[in-house]
Design a protein around this ligand. Structure first.
Ligand code: ATP
Length: 627
């Protein structure tokens, strides 16, 4: 029904870039925490700098469309970053404002604000009413304003205007308009009318306390304001403009939030959708030939019109100045810097004469009651229950020099190398290269050391009883053997790596050959069993693995784990059954969650089912043993 018309913007086919603003919230010192001062500060209305994690005497500088410093008022944010795009929605175009950033950095403050300091949402809605009012009567258009309000919680689309709603589907019509059948759409006639619906609906939003924010938004909230204008005289042309106001859930590092139980699950969903958002940004930046993965998360599917689509978009990246947010701030700034490159192509949506706009749409068809439905009350109940086994109260603090943080920064830096910002690229290239080399040397050293351990374990085992039971998990044999080889004198520790590196090529092929036969013999049985229910599958996997030499198996597992944790894209792709896409997903997972602590963590990577994991393990263990 709706058609794109290229002419209704006065023939203006100009593209519109996503404007990126960064807002720094005021420093908040917490009584029991070390007060180290800010790690980031503004330079002027467009530039800011953050301490360089590689060298604390240096800073890294960023340039954005707008920088809002700590003293910036809610009104200034609105006037500079939001107000200019609002007139477009009266002309049948889309506009969107979304707040992005780490948890606790001020997204909700920016979007919602408080009664004393109202944020973008109340100000924008008021302005839309003002704009409609100010329109010339003689213009012969009638305007109607409507609202919908939803949240994406754990990848479910829930109607905040109808709190008992269930997961709603997202559809796209033939003209690529995103639709949510069943979502409440309410006509509003004034700002007061809006407030009447909006305030109670906001209380339906899922929030909870985390270590970083007393009242943390656990969902992405999207307010849609729709302006439909209809020509009074026939033919009754109708144009629809949509304004999306989005308060994203915070990007989180669970090592700092202390999330567990349901908080951790929520966090997984939040990080997944934000990760997809960053993939969408990457794809848009890399050119039109690439498939933009909008469909990989509900958030990006809904924001399809707002990013690289037809909207005038503003992204307000909220950041916090405290040191404990350093990694999140650094990530958020890099994400924002990438988003700056996106170019939207605004167009007007126009339909032919639909005289009556329904006040409230019909609820979703009955068949949509399928999997994953979850009414609000049940959700809250579930939350309460899980919160009981939730987070410990102690505050986590990670210094910048801590290895895990360093590893993640290095990983992030590597990812940044893939983005198209040439300035950053050239600055980082040399540093990244030398860091990579050092890292590789360290890894090699670690590899030698673990080989040495294994060798001494092997030697120790020969003298042990053959009655030793086969191991039950990948940690057990090492622990067991560690006690055996736990008191080598220092001389041995130095000599062993050399011995292992010489002896292995001679020993391994013979053992591997024997084991390949074992694997082959078992293969048919195994492939049947991979299909079997979970428990059985695990049992059978152990059965398969227990046919192999435990130390060699462990060695192979460590090798694979090592590649998963420190392999570059090429090295990951060299693994069996890992293609380009999966390798990138693994890199992405590492960037968000840090290291894989065990191989089984691989199942948490998008698209890696237990079955795939099992077959991945078989292929790679056999391959690693053959090397
Ligand atoms: N510009 C600001 N001025 C004053 N206080 C602020 C500002 N920005 C944020 N705050 C305060 O900081 C705290 C955290 O902010 P807020 O809840 O908006 O963070 P958030 O990014 O939405 O977090 P989450 O993702 O966890 O929901 C709140 O108490 C808020 O009032």
């Amino acid at each position: 029904m709706a058609q794109r018309v290229a002419v209704s913007d006065g023939g203006n086919k100009k593209t519109s870039r996503v404007r990126v603003a960064v807002r720094l919230r005021p420093y908040m010192s917490i009584p029991d925490e070390k007060d180290e001062g800010p790690c980031v500060r503004g330079l002027d209305s467009q530039n800011l700098e953050i301490i360089n994690w590689r060298n604390a005497t240096e800073t890294v500088k960023y340039h954005f469309d707008v920088f809002h410093g700590e003293q910036t008022t809610q009104q200034e944010v609105f006037l500079t970053s939001v107000k200019p795009i609002l007139p477009h929605i009266l002309n049948g175009q889309n506009a969107s404002v979304f707040a992005y950033g780490p948890t606790g950095a001020g997204k909700t403050h920016t979007m919602l604000g408080s009664a004393k300091e109202p944020g973008v949402i109340p100000r924008a809605v008021r302005e839309v009413f003002n704009l409609v009012k100010a329109k010339d009567e003689g213009e012969e258009w009638d305007y109607k304003i409507g609202m919908s309000y939803l949240e994406i919680y754990n990848e479910k689309v829930l109607d905040l205007l109808s709190p008992n709603s269930q997961d709603l589907p997202i559809r796209e019509d033939k003209d690529k308009n995103i639709l949510i059948p069943g979502l409440t759409h309410t006509i509003i006639t004034s700002f007061l009318d809006f407030d009447k619906h909006f305030v109670p609906a906001t209380l339906n939003r899922t929030t909870a306390s985390t270590k970083l924010n007393q009242r943390s938004s656990r969902s992405h909230a999207i307010l849609l304001i729709k302006v439909v204008r209809t020509r009074r005289v026939p033919p009754q042309r109708q144009q629809t403009g949509k304004l999306y106001l989005v308060d994203l859930a915070g990007s989180e590092d669970n090592r700092r939030t202390g999330n567990q139980g349901i908080r951790l699950k929520e966090s997984g969903a939040i990080n997944l959708s934000l990760f997809t958002l960053s993939k969408v940004v990457d794809s848009l930046n890399s050119g039109s030939a690439v498939r933009v993965p909008y469909r990989d998360s509900k958030l990006t599917r809904l924001l399809q019109d707002s990013l690289g689509g037809s909207a005038h978009s503003v992204m307000i990246t909220n950041i916090a100045p405290e040191y404990k947010y350093y990694f999140d701030t650094f990530s958020a700034l890099n994400f924002a810097a990438k988003s700056k490159l996106i170019v939207n192509k605004p167009f007007t949506r126009e339909t032919v004469a639909v005289p009556v706009l329904p006040v409230k749409r019909a609820r979703e068809e009955h068949e949509a009651t399928g999997s994953g439905t979850e009414p609000q009350k049940k959700r809250q109940k579930e939350e309460k229950k899980d919160e009981q086994d939730g987070s410990s109260p102690s505050a986590h603090y990670h210094s910048l020099s801590e290895p895990s943080v360093m590893d993640r920064l290095i990983a992030l830096e590597k990812l940044m190398m893939g983005c198209q910002d040439k300035d950053r690229l050239s600055v980082l290239k040399d540093v990244a290269q030398s860091r990579k080399e050092i890292q590789e040397l360290k890894e090699k050293q670690r590899e030698f050391e673990s080989k040495a351990k294994l060798f001494s374990q092997l030697a120790g085992e020969k003298s042990m009883s053959k009655q030793e039971p086969s191991f039950k998990n990948n940690i057990a044999p090492l622990q067991r053997k560690q006690t055996n080889a736990s008191k080598p004198n220092k001389q041995q520790a130095v000599v062993q790596p050399l011995q292992v590196s010489r002896l292995q090529p001679l020993q391994q092929p013979a053992v591997v050959k024997k084991q390949s036969v074992c694997v082959k013999k078992k293969e048919k049985k195994l492939s049947n069993l991979v299909e079997s229910p979970e428990g059985k599958e695990n049992m059978q996997e152990n059965a398969w693995e227990s046919q192999l030499d435990t130390s060699l198996l462990e060695q192979s597992r460590q090798k694979i784990l090592h590649i998963l944790n420190s392999g570059c894209l090429k090295e990951l792709k060299a693994l069996q059954q890992i293609g380009d896409k999966k390798a990138k997903l693994i890199l992405g997972w590492r960037e968000i969650h840090g290291h894989f602590t065990k191989l089984e963590d691989l199942i948490k990577v998008e698209g890696m089912t237990e079955k795939r994991f099992s077959s991945f393990m078989k292929a790679n263990i056999v391959s690693a043993m053959g090397n």
